[in-house]
Ligand binder design. Sequence first.
Ligand SMILES: Cc1cc2nc3c(=O)[nH]c(=O)nc-3n(C[C@H](O)[C@H](O)[C@H](O)COP(=O)(O)OP(=O)(O)OC[C@H]3O[C@@H](n4cnc5c(N)ncnc54)[C@H](O)[C@@H]3O)c2cc1C
Length: 495
Amino acid sequence: MSSAQTDVIVIGGGLSGLSAAKLLREKGLDVLVLEARDRVGGRTYTVQRDNVSYVDLGGAYVGPTQNRLLRLAKEFGVKTYLTNEVEDLAFYQKGRTHRFKGAFPPMRNFLAHMDLNNLFRLMDKLGKEIPAAAPWKAPDAEKLDNMTMQEFFDQHVWTKETKAFGSQFVQVNVTSEPYEISALWFLWYVQGAGGPFRIYATSNGGQERKFVGGSQQISDLIAERIGPGQASIIEPRCVSRSAGETSVTVQCINGQKFHAKYAVVATPLPLQNKMTYEPPLPSLRNQLIQRIPMGSVIKTFMYYKKPFWRENGFCGSAAIDDDGAIIGFTLDDVKPDGNHPALMGFILADKARQYVDMSTDERKRRISQLYCKVFQSEKALKPVHYEEMNWLGEQWSGGCYTTLMPPGFLTKFGKEIRKPFGERASREILHDLGKIRADEIWQDEPENDEVIAREFVSTFWERNLPSVPGFLKLAGMTSLLSAVAVGAFLYHRFK
Ligand SMILES: Cc1cc2nc3c(=O)[nH]c(=O)nc-3n(C[C@H](O)[C@H](O)[C@H](O)COP(=O)(O)OP(=O)(O)OC[C@H]3O[C@@H](n4cnc5c(N)ncnc54)[C@H](O)[C@@H]3O)c2cc1C
């Protein structure tokens, strides 16, 4: 069997692995990237179609604060364009569509409105108290980590409408259900993405832009630059690693062996449990990779002759809160040149699990029927093309968008995850080789000069509106004071 020697082996040719490999190559090291699929890009996956051009079936959106990705895109000349949010957004609930502008849909009664305002204010406040690099050090870390997000909602949310929207917020952001994730993890994750407003918003938020030509290009272009030659992308699946004092051997399924001074494993955490290790992994790392699942999502695109939703005054963004609805969230997906109008829709979490065994035709039929109701047009029933990608069945992703952390995980195993990975792993190696100083290992990324993060400015009412229990207490106190005042008045008047 063939055998090769290099400085660093990177296992996994997604954005993390390739950006790590790129940095090492730039510092003059020999790098070999081992990738299980017959393509690079991992969870970013752009397919080319004759009739609708390119389609981003995996990760696609990018926005302010994602400065590392924006820096890479700029370096390779990959441009971004804005997701359409000119017309009204739609909030579909109990069979009715409500139009709105801004990040969050309006609640229909005053109590629910106060409740939603309080929930997001609380999530923002708690999130800001969680240290990004050490979430287990947050105030009440254990308490929050031992609680699911469902329990968090049960404790802090009073109205059915806000609870339902809270669930939708979890499903859209982390493709899982509130009952399966740790509250500490979710609050930390949301904060890591810039807070509850940034993560959910389109304009000035996580869904602000897409890449012209598709997101997988960035990985393709990095791979092209670092290989072939000393750094090359090859296909075999890495199944074992043996580490000595100064070297690592990686053996692939087909028997090929590769030797290096260092190895960077840049695959989703749960998939690291598919590899075998000699000597075995440290105890906590061994247990960690058994306890961290991936989310569940099917990404869909429904193509139409014309963007009929825009004609009806909708921009294409819809938050859908309806037990019977197959899709939970949509966005406009018209190409930047105005061609190939489509609606992107996510089938999320429990719904993805529920609908995954249905036929593609049946999913397509249900989605177009739903769009007919949400965007109030029979034209939705006449799509010209349909694309979908079921990420639940992807062997080399395990699910998507990302991993989720169940209760108790972050405080018990979090420190193990902080062990080096991605560009930081490369800098740890460079430091070990004496090529950079210790204080250069962690580097903040400067803000992208084109995609600027504007502050989300809250109104006086958003800052000061009481919570539901606060309001009830105030109302109770007010009635008590009025009763006392009326009593005192009557007493003095008629005594
Ligand atoms: C439907 C969907 C929507 C998303 N939306 C967004 C979004 O809008 N914005 C956003 O920022 N992010 C989004 N994401 C998430 C984003 O795509 C990922 O976070 C990112 O691509 C992860 O990159 P990575 O390199 O860390 O991991 P991956 O892309 O998973 O790369 C890991 C690589 O390792 C390979 N591999 C696995 N096991 C082995 C093995 N044993 N040997 C060799 N190779 C192996 C895999 O094939 C893969 O190529 C989305 C993802 C999906 C699927």
